[in-house]
Structure formats: C-alpha cells, structure tokens
Write a protein that binds this ligand. Sequence first.
Ligand SMILES: [Fe+2]
Ligand SMILES: [Fe+2]
Length: 428
Amino acid sequence: MFSTVSRDSDMDLSQISRESSDFRIAFVGIASEGDSPKVVLCKSDKFVRIDFVQLNNFVKYLETSDGAIPLASVFIFSEHKEESLDLVERLRSRKQFCRTRVYLVSSAFGSRTLFGHSLDESDRFDIERVIDADQFNISDSLSIKSSLDLAIDAYQSLRCNPLMPDYYLDATFDSLFDWFESTRWDWSEIGNLSDIQKDLVTADDIEVLRESTIIEFGTLPGAHNFLREWADEYSFSSWALSWGAEESRHSLLQCRYLRSLGTNIRAKHAMYKRQPYPIGENHAGTLMMNIISECRAAEYYLRLANKTQEPVLKKIWKLLGQDEARHARAFFIFCKELCSADESNLLEAFKMAYVWLADRDGGVKHPAGHFFPHSTSADGLKGIEGGQQGMTDRADARVYAMCQKLAGDTSIDSPKELKRVVRDLMYV
Ligand SMILES: [Fe+2]
Ligand SMILES: [Fe+2]
C-alpha cells in the first residue's frame, strides 16, 4: 500500500524527518501495513506525515500530538456512527483543529454526501463527507494520494484569519450589505448631461474635474490590492467589490461630464495607475489609511459641490461626496471589528493615522496619491485644496472622531494624542 504515492518525486522520502513535515493526516481505526510510507510528498510540494491511530487512542493523539504540524485531515474508519461522531466531537471541541477536514469511512452508514442526506449531524460536526468503505480502496495509492492532495489544498484554502466565522452570513459583509445597497445613488438622479449650463462652468471647475477624475482612477488598483491583501477571508473582500464598483462610477461620471463640455481624458491616465502597489502589512493599518482617504475625499467633494454654480455638477459632486462618506463609515466598521478582536490591530491603525494626520505641511494630503508619483495628477489634490481653507481640518476631525470610537477615548483629537495612544499601546 502507498508504494507509488511518492512516484512523482525523485526524493528519498525516507530521509524526510517526520518532525519536519509540513502537515499531517491521521488515518484513525486502520492499521499501517508493511511498506506504508511515513511521509508523502503532495502535489503542492508539501511533505505530509501520515499517522495511523487506533480508535481508542484518538483522543490521546489529539491531546499529545505535535501541535506545530497542522493536522490537515482525519479519516475515521468505523462501522459505528455514534463512535465516529463522538470522535469528531472530541476533535471539534479543540479550537486548534477547526480547519481540519474530516471524512468518515464506513460501509455501515452509506456513501452519500452528508448535506441533507444520511446524517443530520454533518453540519453540526462539520464533516466533509462519508466515504463508502467499499469504494475507498486503501491499496489504491493514486486515489489515496489524490485524497491527500485535496485535503492539503482544502486546509491551506481556509487560511487562518481569526475573524472567520463558522457560518457565511455571520460575517460583517452581511450586516453591511443592506445599508450599503439601499444608500447607493441611481443614475437617474444625475439628470441629463445635455442640461448642463455650460456658461456656469468655470475654468477652475474643469481643472478640478480633470484632477478628481484622474485621482479616482487610483481606486482600481486599490480594489485589486484589497483582494490581494485580504486573500485570507471573504467578508471585507466581498464588500470591496461593491466599493470598487462605486468608485469606478466616480471617474466614469466625471469623464462623461467633461466630454459633454468637449474635454476628453486620455486613457493613459487610467493606465498610469493600473499596476498594483505594495500591499499593506496590517489590515487595520490599511483600513485606517482608507478611512482618511475617504473622509478627505468626502469633504473635498462636498466643498466643491457648494462652490460650483452649475446645477448638474453640483448634484454630481454632492452624490460623490456622500459616497465617500459612506465608504469611510464602512471602512471604519471593518477596522473596528479588527481592533475589537485584537489590540495589536488598534496599535497598527493608530500608527497609520499618525503617519497621515501628523505634520501635513508640504506632504501629500490624500494617501491615494502616494503610490503613483509618476501620475500626471500627483499634485492634483493640492490644486483642489487651493483656496479651500480648513477643508482638510474638517475631514480629519471626522477621522479623529472615528479614532475616538476605535479606542474608546474621547481625548484623541490631535497628532499629539495619537502619539500618546500609540506609545501607551506599545508599552502595555
Ligand atoms: Fe471616489
Ligand atoms: Fe470612496
């Protein structure tokens, strides 16, 4: 048995230490046979240690086996359903095995998948499948290797995000969804671009429109990076798709407005910002940077809406400003979830806040501009800010209000206070 499991490899697996394996798999209730390998090389180039465990030794195995080597999968061979379920319950009662994939192998209680069929307990115990023992040919090494490959892929797919809930709908994405969907503006609210009162559009309006359109192109790589940085979960990633869809409307709408005035934005400006930038090192830190971006963008658009005399443009900038305020709120909710779960995330969020809120003189005042110095619009925000005294102060006041809620500390209203909290958190 298993004699050809490692046939794709030229390596001598007998030289691989069991303790240096990447994963382990337990066959429970079945004995090792003569030439059974102790370590298998799976298709993802991971070494998998195979443990053969007696049924009455399984609990002890869970208690004493090496926790440093993840237990990717357990195959429980038993003809007694209650016995199998008892062992699975023992496994599931230990949090470190929550990602372990469980198969029951039996000829006594069927080979159908568990979902809605033979065992109601399937979901309760998170059992992947019942495998018919008659179909599970232990001497078919190729089939066994295929099962091991699947088990390792499954284990690695689950990653280890501590916020991962047991059930899909228990994620923050579900709780945000209705609010976010029901507050999205409809294109019919914009009115007709042919109704633009061109004589009311100033040269400043056009210049700011160009800049804000180009700045909005930076949200596309932002969406790309969210999916890369959050590859270990689905909740924020799912919301980020909605966020990205909304942001793509911001540049499109402003482009259309400009074209109706006879001004076209070159495609190259979108491409200058197309490549992904380095992903963040901490989710909470990245979210804080986006809270700041969105608060500032919201304030910029609302101020622009107040200033312009052209009614359609006023409407557009007002709607975009409301969007950015919604975005800031949603980023805050995801950030708070992280900070509530782990204080180290609060520290990273506040470090990021300090970087962007302190010493603003001469710096880039919108984080989105930081990653694309080659973009033609790198100085655009400074142009938008021109003559708008106090705009960034007002935006940052909203950021401080969110920081206060994150830390439960109403005294946080300045870079000095941010630094104090960072120091406190670093030396707790
Ligand atoms: Fe936007
Ligand atoms: Fe936004």
